[in-house]
Design a protein around this ligand. Structure first.
Ligand code: FDA
Length: 309
């Protein structure tokens, strides 16, 4: 994505194991992460969900974690999501869940990830909820799409599972059209990983143009999708398109990240648009946090200033 050295450096640091374990265990690290992470525990996530719900904002809860290396770890990660699905139902929260396949054991075996994720979709269906599979790096794009389609085709699953596509990938349009033939719900984002020019547009302007082009396809598809971006120019263009085409404001939703552009979140709610906030929580916050810094290197300064206060 027209990557400057600071951005690609931060993404590289997001994969640094030593820094990760140091940061995740330090008090200072936990304090810094509070800017983008709801807290360390399930109870923190539920509290934040309640607060946002009261402002008319539904959420998607993300129990942080990726790249587990044993089936036991994958099952433990899934257990937290089972707890969340029950708690959401019991408390009547407006909340769905987002998972990563590498957190469900995808790096160990596809069969394990399929089994564990499918149990979660069963639970989501039984509690009237919805599970979204986040999209990771391009080595997993095809496998994630295949998994989403397989899970979607299982009994009771249609409408209970969706996934994410990234407009920085050249293949994104093809993938949009494919998922639409199954009527699978898509969250469109720009993409947060470091990808080579062989698979992704190197220029941000191309990523943005592709985003808007694909948004228009999604909005006229008759399926409920999520537009995940904080980009004001894209949001403005989307609203214009929606008004011009007479599209129902409630036939899709905008989505933003916890702690990012709260002003825009509130104004979209006031204008009557659907607006869902992605709420990450948990002790394994480091890679997520570093990707957020990479998106907006000015955040590094912002966080440093807050620490000194
Ligand atoms: P862009 O990067 O062009 O930024 C536009 C403006 O938004 C900036 O000028 C700034 O004002 C604001 N902004 C953006 N990021 C910010 C930040 N970190 N801090 C402060 N301000 C910021 N990616 C992925 O690869 N797989 C996935 O599954 C998901 N899932 C996902 C869910 C949701 C709900 C969102 C909002 C995003 C994702 N993403 C994601 C991340 C996405 O791919 C992308 O990296 C970020 O959303 C940043 O891109 P923008 O579209 O916001 O625009």
């Amino acid at each position: 994505m027209g990557m400057n050295p600071l951005r690609s450096g931060l993404i590289a640091l997001s994969q640094n194991k030593a820094l990760r374990s140091f940061a995740e265990q330090s008090r200072m690290g936990q304090k810094m992460s509070g800017r983008f992470i709801a807290g360390m525990h399930v109870s923190d996530a539920l509290r934040v969900a309640e607060t946002l719900n009261r402002k008319g904002i539904p959420v998607s809860l993300d129990s942080l974690g990726e790249n587990v290396s044993t089936e036991l770890e994958a099952r433990r990660a899934a257990d937290i999501y089972h707890q969340l699905l029950d708690a959401i139902q019991q408390r009547g929260l407006q909340a769905s869940v987002s998972v990563k396949l590498t957190q469900m054991g995808m790096n160990i075996s596809t069969a394990i990830a399929r089994q564990i994720t499918s149990e979660l979709v069963d639970h989501a269906a039984a509690t009237g909820n919805f599970l979204r599979i986040d999209m990771e790096g391009s080595d997993l794009t095809q496998a994630t799409i295949d998994m989403a389609r397989e899970l979607h085709a299982m009994p009771n699953h249609p409408g209970r599972i969706g996934t994410v596509l990234q407009s920085y990938l050249y293949r994104c349009e093809e993938d949009v059209l494919l998922l639409l033939t199954d009527r699978i719900r898509i969250r469109l984002c720009k993409g947060a990983y470091k990808e080579p020019p062989s698979v992704a547009f190197p220029e941000k302007a191309d990523v943005d143009a592709n985003y808007l082009k694909l948004t228009k396809i999604l909005l006229t598809s008759g399926v409920f999708h999520g537009l995940a971006t904080h980009d004001e120019a894209i949001i403005r263009a989307t609203k214009k398109f929606v008004e011009h085409e007479g599209i129902d404001k409630r036939s899709f939703e905008f989505q933003m990240l916890y702690g990012v552009r709260r002003d825009l979140q509130t104004s979209l709610v006031k204008e009557g648009y659907g607006m869902r906030v992605y709420v990450p929580f948990g002790t394994e916050w480091y890679p997520y946090f570093m990707r957020r810094l990479a998106e907006r290197p000015a955040n590094v300064l912002f966080i440093a200033k807050n620490l000194l206060k």
